[in-house]
Design a protein around this ligand. Structure first.
Ligand SMILES: Nc1nc2c(ncn2[C@@H]2O[C@H](COP(=O)(O)OP(=O)(O)OP(=O)(O)O)[C@@H](O)[C@H]2O)c(=O)[nH]1
Ligand SMILES: [Zn+2]
Length: 353
């Protein structure tokens, strides 16, 4: 049986569906209480049980269980914790996450970024960071995780080409995706984001380094800008982006910070990613060939109607997803093949000389 203090935990994002999933945990352990992972460190996690914060260790049994499923405790996870006789907190069980945002690391391993999030703030600067194609890919991957995307374009106040870039983003993204150009330093931003930041919602901020993620979190949590670091309203101390952390927002809801992501290799299969490109999918049915790859076949409806840039981006996403699905051995074989081709190429070049 697990003890659930619903009301205080609501401020940390507890919803009825999570509470229900937690109540269904079958465990022989006594005296368990529900808590949320608000910070992850190398071999420890920080938990909040609604009243107090705990530096917790992970039980050997749970670690083994997670490792064998290629999983790891992630910021935003809900867990069942226990205090031992020395007042050391232990994570005994994990509630299976309802949603999880993850990416593929360079070596193909799955890297979870945040669990149990409702909304992802896709943060991009209107300065040199701006890249509409990259945003399109973030969007596809967030939607594949069944998380609601909100595009936040920062530095509206200082970027010289801000208005043209805002227009470009509006034109490029589907009308159903909210796009909010902001000055992340301004308190007005809190109102702009009001509809998504309230109650027991959990947000995650994603974006490259320097995009303004910490600045946005500062503004939403009402932290004192003058101190130079995020100080969350619940006194969770100075925040650094190297560790992932969860903060409470001034208007309710909580927000998870992630380190800067430049490349964001999606962790989703090709079919799910493709669903974010509805136009390509529906036009493909009008292509002359059923297996049209939209790369130059005659009678291709997709090439006729979708901009070349958007189509190239779609094809890049699919390639990335297929690469993620390959096993490590496949990748080594593929690398070997490329090396052989390159070698043959340079040999030919030498022979010519
Ligand atoms: N004028 C202005 N400055 C901004 C805005 N957003 C961010 N900045 C500035 O841009 C710089 C980088 O912002 P951060 O919030 O640290 O960026 P970050 O995304 O957290 O970066 P990492 O921690 O490296 O991942 C800081 O100096 C911010 O003050 C904005 O909307 N307007
Ligand atoms: Zn086609």
């Amino acid at each position: 049986m697990i003890d659930i203090h619903f009301e205080p935990l609501q401020a940390f994002g507890l919803t009825p569906s999570i509470a229900q999933a937690a109540a269904q945990l079958t465990t022989p352990e006594p005296a368990l209480r529900l808590a949320r992972v608000v910070e992850t460190q190398r071999d420890r996690v920080v938990l909040h049980d609604g009243a107090l914060e705990h530096q917790a260790r992970i039980s050997a049994r749970l670690l083994k269980q997670l490792n064998s499923a290629f999983q790891a405790l992630t910021i935003g996870d809900w867990v069942a914790m226990q205090l031992d006789e020395h007042h050391q907190a232990w994570v005994m069980e994990r509630v299976p996450p309802l949603t999880q945002i993850a990416r593929r690391a360079g070596d193909g391993r799955r890297q979870p970024l945040a669990s149990n999030v409702d909304t992802a703030l896709l943060v991009m600067g209107l300065d040199a960071d701006f890249n509409a194609r990259r945003m399109e890919r973030y969007l596809a991957m967030v939607r594949a995780c069944e998380v609601l995307p909100v595009v936040v374009l920062t530095k509206r106040d200082i970027a010289p080409e801000a208005e043209a870039r805002i227009a470009e983003m509006y034109a490029r993204l589907p009308a159903t995706v909210p796009v909010l150009p902001v000055n992340a330093l301004s308190p007005e931003t809190r109102q702009d984001l009001g509809p998504w930041v309230h109650g027991a919602t959990t947000l995650v901020v994603l974006g490259s380094s320097g995009a303004g993620k910490s600045t946005l979190i500062n503004t939403l949590t009402g932290a004192d800008q003058a101190t130079g670091g995020v100080r969350s309203s619940d006194g969770r101390g100075r925040h650094t982006t190297t560790a992932r952390s969860l903060h409470r927002c001034a208007s309710g809801g909580c927000i998870i910070d992630t380190p800067g992501l430049r490349t964001f290799r999606p962790d989703a299969d090709a079919r799910r990613l493709a669903s974010a490109f509805e136009d390509v999918q529906s036009l493909a049915q009008q292509c002359r060939f059923r297996d049209c790859s939209h790369s130059g076949e005659p009678g291709c409806a997709v090439r006729e109607h979708v901009s070349a840039d958007r189509l190239a981006n779609y094809q890049k996403l699919l390639r990335d997803a297929q690469r993620s699905e390959m096993s490590a051995l496949d990748r080594i074989a593929l690398r070997g093949k490329w090396k052989a081709i390159q070698k043959a190429g340079s040999r030919r070049a030498q022979e010519k000389r």
